[in-house]
Design a protein around this ligand. Sequence first.
Ligand code: NAD
Length: 372
Amino acid sequence: MKKLDIGLIGYGYIGKIHNIAYKTIPIIFPQYGDAYNLSSLISTKTQNLENTGFNTLVSSIYDLKNENLDIVDICTPNFLHLEQSSFFIRKNSNIYCEKPMAVNLKESLQILNLVKEKEIITQLALVYRFMPAISKAKAMIENNCIGEIINFRSQLFHSSYLDPNRAITWRLKKEMSGGGAISDLGIHLLDILVFLLGYENIDKLRAEANTIIKERPAENGEGMEKVDVDDWGLIILYLKNGAAGTIEVSKVSHNPYDTFEMEIYGTNGYIKISDKSPYEPIYSLYNLKDSKDTLEIIKTDNYVNYLNSIYPNPKMSMGPMVDMHIASILNMIINVSNNKVLNKETPTFEEGIKSQKLVELAYLSVKEKIKS
Ligand SMILES: NC(=O)c1ccc[n+]([C@@H]2O[C@H](COP(=O)([O-])OP(=O)(O)OC[C@H]3O[C@@H](n4cnc5c(N)ncnc54)[C@H](O)[C@@H]3O)[C@@H](O)[C@H]2O)c1
Protein backbone atom coordinates (compact mmCIF):
# COMPACT_ATOMS: atom_id res chain seq x y z
CA MET A 1 0.00 0.00 0.00
CA LYS A 2 1.17 3.55 -0.78
CA LYS A 3 2.60 5.35 2.22
CA LEU A 4 0.62 8.46 3.19
CA ASP A 5 2.55 11.72 2.86
CA ILE A 6 2.00 13.83 5.96
CA GLY A 7 2.52 17.60 6.25
CA LEU A 8 2.58 19.27 9.66
CA ILE A 9 1.93 23.02 9.91
CA GLY A 10 3.09 24.79 13.08
CA TYR A 11 5.75 23.51 15.44
CA GLY A 12 4.92 25.10 18.77
CA TYR A 13 3.66 23.24 21.83
CA ILE A 14 1.09 20.99 20.17
CA GLY A 15 3.01 20.56 16.90
CA LYS A 16 5.75 18.92 18.95
CA ILE A 17 3.24 16.62 20.70
CA HIS A 18 1.90 15.58 17.28
CA ASN A 19 5.44 14.84 16.14
CA ILE A 20 6.01 12.72 19.25
CA ALA A 21 2.90 10.79 18.18
CA TYR A 22 4.16 10.30 14.59
CA LYS A 23 7.54 9.13 15.90
CA THR A 24 6.06 6.85 18.54
CA ILE A 25 3.30 5.10 16.58
CA PRO A 26 5.76 2.84 14.68
CA ILE A 27 7.34 1.82 18.01
CA ILE A 28 4.14 1.08 19.95
CA PHE A 29 2.04 -0.08 17.00
CA PRO A 30 4.56 -1.57 14.52
CA GLN A 31 1.75 -2.73 12.23
CA TYR A 32 1.26 0.95 11.29
CA GLY A 33 4.98 1.72 11.02
CA ASP A 34 4.82 1.58 7.25
CA ALA A 35 1.63 3.59 6.86
CA TYR A 36 3.10 7.07 6.45
CA ASN A 37 6.04 9.33 5.61
CA LEU A 38 6.84 12.51 7.50
CA SER A 39 6.90 14.52 4.32
CA SER A 40 6.83 18.27 5.03
CA LEU A 41 7.12 20.48 8.07
CA ILE A 42 5.83 24.01 7.59
CA SER A 43 6.98 26.41 10.27
CA THR A 44 7.49 30.17 10.20
CA LYS A 45 10.52 29.63 12.42
CA THR A 46 12.77 27.07 10.71
CA GLN A 47 15.91 27.46 12.82
CA ASN A 48 17.01 24.21 14.53
CA LEU A 49 14.18 22.22 12.96
CA GLU A 50 16.36 20.29 10.49
CA ASN A 51 16.33 17.15 12.66
CA THR A 52 12.63 16.84 13.37
CA GLY A 53 12.40 13.87 10.99
CA PHE A 54 10.50 15.54 8.13
CA ASN A 55 11.87 15.22 4.58
CA THR A 56 11.23 18.87 3.70
CA LEU A 57 11.22 22.00 5.86
CA VAL A 58 9.53 25.14 4.50
CA SER A 59 8.32 28.38 6.05
CA SER A 60 5.00 28.85 4.24
CA ILE A 61 2.14 26.66 3.03
CA TYR A 62 2.48 28.40 -0.35
CA ASP A 63 5.90 26.75 -0.80
CA LEU A 64 3.94 23.51 -1.14
CA LYS A 65 1.55 24.56 -3.89
CA ASN A 66 2.90 21.81 -6.17
CA GLU A 67 3.00 19.09 -3.49
CA ASN A 68 0.27 16.50 -2.99
CA LEU A 69 0.04 15.75 0.69
CA ASP A 70 -2.31 12.95 1.82
CA ILE A 71 -2.78 14.34 5.32
CA VAL A 72 -2.25 17.93 6.38
CA ASP A 73 -2.03 18.36 10.14
CA ILE A 74 -2.76 21.94 11.29
CA CYS A 75 -1.14 22.99 14.59
CA THR A 76 -1.07 26.76 14.18
CA PRO A 77 -2.87 29.52 16.12
CA ASN A 78 -6.64 29.47 15.55
CA PHE A 79 -6.82 32.53 13.27
CA LEU A 80 -4.78 30.66 10.65
CA HIS A 81 -6.96 27.54 10.49
CA LEU A 82 -9.40 28.93 7.89
CA GLU A 83 -6.74 30.00 5.41
CA GLN A 84 -4.57 26.93 5.87
CA SER A 85 -7.32 24.31 5.82
CA SER A 86 -9.02 25.99 2.83
CA PHE A 87 -5.74 25.95 0.88
CA PHE A 88 -5.23 22.23 1.39
CA ILE A 89 -8.91 21.21 1.10
CA ARG A 90 -8.86 22.79 -2.38
CA LYS A 91 -5.84 20.56 -3.10
CA ASN A 92 -7.84 17.49 -2.01
CA SER A 93 -5.67 16.73 1.03
CA ASN A 94 -7.30 15.08 4.02
CA ILE A 95 -7.25 17.46 6.97
CA TYR A 96 -6.40 16.81 10.61
CA CYS A 97 -6.85 20.10 12.46
CA GLU A 98 -6.31 21.20 16.01
CA LYS A 99 -9.33 22.50 17.88
CA PRO A 100 -11.09 24.84 17.54
CA MET A 101 -11.79 24.41 13.83
CA ALA A 102 -11.53 28.20 13.42
CA VAL A 103 -11.95 31.39 15.46
CA ASN A 104 -15.75 31.27 15.30
CA LEU A 105 -18.73 29.37 13.96
CA LYS A 106 -18.96 31.46 10.78
CA GLU A 107 -15.42 30.57 9.73
CA SER A 108 -15.90 26.94 10.78
CA LEU A 109 -19.00 26.71 8.55
CA GLN A 110 -16.98 28.15 5.67
CA ILE A 111 -14.48 25.33 6.13
CA LEU A 112 -17.22 22.72 6.44
CA ASN A 113 -18.86 23.93 3.22
CA LEU A 114 -15.58 23.53 1.35
CA VAL A 115 -15.17 20.02 2.79
CA LYS A 116 -18.65 19.06 1.57
CA GLU A 117 -17.56 19.75 -2.02
CA LYS A 118 -14.74 17.21 -1.73
CA GLU A 119 -14.37 13.55 -0.96
CA ILE A 120 -11.85 13.99 1.81
CA ILE A 121 -11.53 12.76 5.37
CA THR A 122 -11.38 15.29 8.18
CA GLN A 123 -10.80 15.14 11.91
CA LEU A 124 -10.45 17.64 14.71
CA ALA A 125 -8.04 16.95 17.57
CA LEU A 126 -10.90 16.68 20.09
CA VAL A 127 -8.72 14.10 21.70
CA TYR A 128 -10.73 13.26 24.83
CA ARG A 129 -12.92 11.05 22.63
CA PHE A 130 -9.89 8.76 22.55
CA MET A 131 -9.48 8.39 26.32
CA PRO A 132 -10.39 4.75 27.17
CA ALA A 133 -12.20 5.75 30.39
CA ILE A 134 -14.50 8.01 28.34
CA SER A 135 -15.28 5.30 25.81
CA LYS A 136 -16.24 3.00 28.71
CA ALA A 137 -18.40 5.70 30.27
CA LYS A 138 -20.11 6.11 26.89
CA ALA A 139 -20.83 2.38 26.66
CA MET A 140 -22.30 2.48 30.16
CA ILE A 141 -24.48 5.53 29.52
CA GLU A 142 -25.74 4.24 26.16
CA ASN A 143 -26.72 0.96 27.78
CA ASN A 144 -28.57 2.72 30.58
CA CYS A 145 -26.24 1.36 33.32
CA ILE A 146 -26.58 4.52 35.43
CA GLY A 147 -30.19 5.09 34.42
CA GLU A 148 -31.61 8.41 33.30
CA ILE A 149 -29.22 11.37 33.62
CA ILE A 150 -30.07 13.70 36.52
CA ASN A 151 -27.08 16.05 36.73
CA PHE A 152 -23.40 16.36 35.87
CA ARG A 153 -20.42 18.56 36.62
CA SER A 154 -17.07 18.94 34.93
CA GLN A 155 -13.91 20.98 35.13
CA LEU A 156 -10.74 21.59 33.15
CA PHE A 157 -8.35 23.76 35.14
CA HIS A 158 -5.02 24.95 33.81
CA SER A 159 -2.60 27.31 35.50
CA SER A 160 -0.78 28.26 32.29
CA TYR A 161 -1.64 31.96 32.69
CA LEU A 162 -1.70 32.20 36.50
CA ASP A 163 1.56 34.15 36.45
CA PRO A 164 0.51 37.78 35.75
CA ASN A 165 4.02 38.46 34.46
CA ARG A 166 3.62 35.97 31.65
CA ALA A 167 3.50 37.99 28.45
CA ILE A 168 0.32 38.06 26.43
CA THR A 169 0.17 35.55 23.55
CA TRP A 170 -2.15 34.99 20.58
CA ARG A 171 -4.31 32.83 22.90
CA LEU A 172 -5.36 35.90 24.90
CA LYS A 173 -6.14 38.08 21.88
CA LYS A 174 -9.71 37.62 20.66
CA GLU A 175 -8.88 38.43 17.06
CA MET A 176 -6.35 35.59 16.93
CA SER A 177 -7.93 33.00 19.24
CA GLY A 178 -11.67 33.66 18.95
CA GLY A 179 -12.08 33.37 22.71
CA GLY A 180 -10.41 32.43 25.98
CA ALA A 181 -10.96 29.62 28.46
CA ILE A 182 -14.42 28.73 27.11
CA SER A 183 -13.29 28.29 23.52
CA ASP A 184 -9.87 26.81 24.31
CA LEU A 185 -10.73 24.46 27.20
CA GLY A 186 -14.53 24.50 27.33
CA ILE A 187 -14.69 23.07 23.83
CA HIS A 188 -13.11 19.84 25.10
CA LEU A 189 -15.68 19.43 27.89
CA LEU A 190 -18.56 20.38 25.59
CA ASP A 191 -17.37 17.84 23.05
CA ILE A 192 -17.14 15.10 25.71
CA LEU A 193 -20.71 15.90 26.81
CA VAL A 194 -21.93 15.89 23.20
CA PHE A 195 -20.17 12.54 22.83
CA LEU A 196 -21.49 10.99 26.07
CA LEU A 197 -24.98 12.44 26.32
CA GLY A 198 -25.86 13.08 22.66
CA TYR A 199 -26.10 16.46 20.91
CA GLU A 200 -29.76 15.77 20.18
CA ASN A 201 -30.43 15.60 23.94
CA ILE A 202 -29.03 19.07 24.67
CA ASP A 203 -31.68 21.73 25.13
CA LYS A 204 -30.06 25.06 26.03
CA LEU A 205 -27.28 26.72 28.01
CA ARG A 206 -26.34 29.74 30.06
CA ALA A 207 -22.80 30.99 30.63
CA GLU A 208 -20.67 33.29 32.76
CA ALA A 209 -17.13 34.42 32.01
CA ASN A 210 -14.48 36.46 33.74
CA THR A 211 -11.06 37.89 33.00
CA ILE A 212 -9.08 37.65 36.23
CA ILE A 213 -5.81 39.06 34.88
CA LYS A 214 -6.90 42.03 32.80
CA GLU A 215 -3.58 43.13 31.30
CA ARG A 216 -0.22 41.53 30.65
CA PRO A 217 3.24 42.49 29.43
CA ALA A 218 3.30 42.90 25.65
CA GLU A 219 5.15 40.19 23.70
CA ASN A 220 7.81 42.69 22.59
CA GLY A 221 8.39 43.67 26.22
CA GLU A 222 7.18 47.23 25.68
CA GLY A 223 4.40 48.12 28.10
CA MET A 224 1.20 46.30 28.97
CA GLU A 225 -1.57 45.00 26.72
CA LYS A 226 -5.25 44.50 27.55
CA VAL A 227 -6.53 40.90 27.69
CA ASP A 228 -9.84 40.84 25.78
CA VAL A 229 -10.83 37.20 26.37
CA ASP A 230 -12.00 35.19 29.39
CA ASP A 231 -9.51 33.27 31.54
CA TRP A 232 -12.33 31.64 33.55
CA GLY A 233 -15.74 30.44 32.38
CA LEU A 234 -18.79 28.57 33.60
CA ILE A 235 -21.52 27.02 31.46
CA ILE A 236 -24.76 25.49 32.70
CA LEU A 237 -25.98 23.01 30.13
CA TYR A 238 -29.59 21.83 30.19
CA LEU A 239 -30.77 18.55 28.68
CA LYS A 240 -34.18 18.01 27.11
CA ASN A 241 -35.14 15.55 29.87
CA GLY A 242 -34.82 18.39 32.41
CA ALA A 243 -31.37 17.43 33.71
CA ALA A 244 -28.70 20.13 34.03
CA GLY A 245 -24.98 20.22 34.67
CA THR A 246 -21.94 22.48 34.79
CA ILE A 247 -18.76 23.01 32.84
CA GLU A 248 -16.12 25.10 34.59
CA VAL A 249 -12.86 26.04 32.91
CA SER A 250 -9.90 28.14 33.91
CA LYS A 251 -6.46 29.12 32.67
CA VAL A 252 -5.54 30.67 36.02
CA SER A 253 -6.38 27.96 38.59
CA HIS A 254 -3.59 25.90 40.13
CA ASN A 255 -4.85 22.41 40.89
CA PRO A 256 -2.34 19.77 39.84
CA TYR A 257 -4.43 16.93 41.31
CA ASP A 258 -7.68 17.32 39.42
CA THR A 259 -6.95 19.06 36.13
CA PHE A 260 -9.72 17.30 34.22
CA GLU A 261 -12.68 15.79 36.00
CA MET A 262 -16.25 14.93 35.04
CA GLU A 263 -19.01 13.35 37.12
CA ILE A 264 -22.30 12.19 35.68
CA TYR A 265 -25.18 11.27 38.00
CA GLY A 266 -28.13 9.11 36.96
CA THR A 267 -31.15 7.44 38.54
CA ASN A 268 -29.04 4.29 39.06
CA GLY A 269 -25.64 5.61 40.10
CA TYR A 270 -22.71 7.73 38.98
CA ILE A 271 -19.64 7.71 36.76
CA LYS A 272 -16.51 9.76 37.32
CA ILE A 273 -13.88 10.31 34.66
CA SER A 274 -10.56 11.95 35.41
CA ASP A 275 -7.15 12.28 33.82
CA LYS A 276 -5.82 10.54 36.93
CA SER A 277 -7.55 7.35 35.76
CA PRO A 278 -7.47 7.49 31.95
CA TYR A 279 -8.08 3.78 31.39
CA GLU A 280 -11.04 3.17 33.68
CA PRO A 281 -13.97 5.30 34.77
CA ILE A 282 -14.78 5.19 38.46
CA TYR A 283 -18.39 4.22 38.95
CA SER A 284 -20.88 3.12 41.55
CA LEU A 285 -24.27 1.64 40.83
CA TYR A 286 -27.16 2.32 43.16
CA ASN A 287 -28.62 -1.05 42.28
CA LEU A 288 -25.65 -3.36 42.78
CA LYS A 289 -27.21 -6.32 40.97
CA ASP A 290 -26.52 -4.48 37.67
CA SER A 291 -22.73 -4.56 38.18
CA LYS A 292 -22.07 -7.84 36.36
CA ASP A 293 -24.05 -6.72 33.29
CA THR A 294 -22.09 -3.46 33.28
CA LEU A 295 -18.75 -5.26 33.08
CA GLU A 296 -20.05 -7.33 30.16
CA ILE A 297 -21.35 -4.20 28.40
CA ILE A 298 -17.93 -2.53 28.69
CA LYS A 299 -16.03 -5.66 27.64
CA THR A 300 -18.05 -6.19 24.48
CA ASP A 301 -18.39 -2.59 23.29
CA ASN A 302 -16.95 -2.14 19.77
CA TYR A 303 -15.49 1.33 20.33
CA VAL A 304 -13.94 0.31 23.69
CA ASN A 305 -12.24 -2.60 21.95
CA TYR A 306 -11.13 -0.45 19.02
CA LEU A 307 -9.51 2.05 21.42
CA ASN A 308 -7.68 -0.83 23.11
CA SER A 309 -5.97 -1.39 19.77
CA ILE A 310 -4.86 2.25 19.19
CA TYR A 311 -4.28 3.69 22.71
CA PRO A 312 -0.88 3.03 24.34
CA ASN A 313 -1.15 0.47 27.13
CA PRO A 314 -0.14 1.55 30.67
CA LYS A 315 3.39 0.18 30.29
CA MET A 316 3.98 2.29 27.17
CA SER A 317 2.12 5.36 28.41
CA MET A 318 3.59 8.84 28.11
CA GLY A 319 0.73 10.32 30.11
CA PRO A 320 -2.87 10.85 28.99
CA MET A 321 -2.15 14.05 27.03
CA VAL A 322 0.35 12.42 24.66
CA ASP A 323 -1.51 9.08 24.67
CA MET A 324 -4.81 10.69 23.59
CA HIS A 325 -3.02 12.52 20.78
CA ILE A 326 -1.36 9.26 19.66
CA ALA A 327 -4.73 7.45 19.49
CA SER A 328 -6.44 10.39 17.79
CA ILE A 329 -3.73 10.72 15.12
CA LEU A 330 -3.63 6.96 14.58
CA ASN A 331 -7.41 7.00 14.09
CA MET A 332 -6.95 9.61 11.33
CA ILE A 333 -4.21 7.53 9.67
CA ILE A 334 -6.39 4.38 9.79
CA ASN A 335 -9.38 6.24 8.31
CA VAL A 336 -7.33 7.79 5.50
CA SER A 337 -5.63 4.45 4.76
CA ASN A 338 -9.09 2.87 4.42
CA ASN A 339 -10.44 5.87 2.53
CA LYS A 340 -13.43 6.14 4.87
CA VAL A 341 -14.35 7.04 8.42
CA LEU A 342 -14.55 3.62 10.06
CA ASN A 343 -15.83 4.70 13.47
CA LYS A 344 -18.78 7.04 13.93
CA GLU A 345 -17.11 8.24 17.16
CA THR A 346 -14.49 10.09 15.06
CA PRO A 347 -14.68 13.87 15.59
CA THR A 348 -14.92 14.72 11.88
CA PHE A 349 -15.40 18.41 11.05
CA GLU A 350 -19.13 17.73 10.74
CA GLU A 351 -19.22 16.15 14.20
CA GLY A 352 -16.75 18.58 15.80
CA ILE A 353 -18.67 21.68 14.75
CA LYS A 354 -21.37 20.76 17.30
CA SER A 355 -19.15 21.79 20.22
CA GLN A 356 -18.13 24.94 18.30
CA LYS A 357 -21.84 25.84 18.08
CA LEU A 358 -22.16 25.43 21.85
CA VAL A 359 -19.08 27.63 22.42
CA GLU A 360 -20.69 30.30 20.24
CA LEU A 361 -23.94 30.07 22.24
CA ALA A 362 -21.98 30.33 25.50
CA TYR A 363 -20.31 33.57 24.38
CA LEU A 364 -23.67 34.94 23.22
CA SER A 365 -25.10 34.19 26.66
CA VAL A 366 -22.19 36.00 28.36
CA LYS A 367 -22.60 39.00 26.06
CA GLU A 368 -26.34 39.30 26.68
CA LYS A 369 -25.76 39.53 30.42
CA ILE A 370 -23.07 42.17 30.04
CA LYS A 371 -25.51 44.29 28.00
CA SER A 372 -28.43 44.06 30.41
N1 NAD B 1 -6.03 19.38 21.42
C1 NAD B 1 -5.23 19.82 22.38
O1 NAD B 1 -5.03 19.14 23.37
C2 NAD B 1 -4.51 21.14 22.22
C3 NAD B 1 -3.58 21.58 23.17
C4 NAD B 1 -2.89 22.76 22.94
C5 NAD B 1 -3.14 23.50 21.79
N2 NAD B 1 -4.09 23.09 20.90
C6 NAD B 1 -4.38 23.87 19.68
O2 NAD B 1 -3.23 23.79 18.83
C7 NAD B 1 -3.09 24.99 18.09
C8 NAD B 1 -1.68 25.57 18.33
O3 NAD B 1 -1.51 25.79 19.72
P1 NAD B 1 -0.05 25.77 20.40
O4 NAD B 1 -0.28 25.68 21.86
O5 NAD B 1 0.83 24.75 19.77
O6 NAD B 1 0.45 27.23 20.03
P2 NAD B 1 1.94 27.73 19.98
O7 NAD B 1 1.89 29.21 20.01
O8 NAD B 1 2.77 27.02 21.00
O9 NAD B 1 2.47 27.23 18.55
C9 NAD B 1 1.99 27.73 17.34
C10 NAD B 1 3.12 27.57 16.31
O10 NAD B 1 2.65 27.96 15.03
C11 NAD B 1 3.70 28.66 14.38
N3 NAD B 1 3.14 29.49 13.32
C12 NAD B 1 2.54 30.71 13.42
N4 NAD B 1 2.14 31.13 12.21
C13 NAD B 1 2.48 30.16 11.34
C14 NAD B 1 2.32 30.02 9.91
N5 NAD B 1 1.74 30.96 9.16
N6 NAD B 1 2.79 28.88 9.33
C15 NAD B 1 3.40 27.94 10.08
N7 NAD B 1 3.60 28.02 11.41
C16 NAD B 1 3.13 29.12 12.01
C17 NAD B 1 4.36 29.47 15.49
O11 NAD B 1 5.68 29.85 15.14
C18 NAD B 1 4.34 28.45 16.62
O12 NAD B 1 5.51 27.65 16.60
C19 NAD B 1 -4.23 25.90 18.54
O13 NAD B 1 -5.29 25.77 17.64
C20 NAD B 1 -4.62 25.34 19.90
O14 NAD B 1 -5.97 25.60 20.24
C21 NAD B 1 -4.76 21.93 21.11
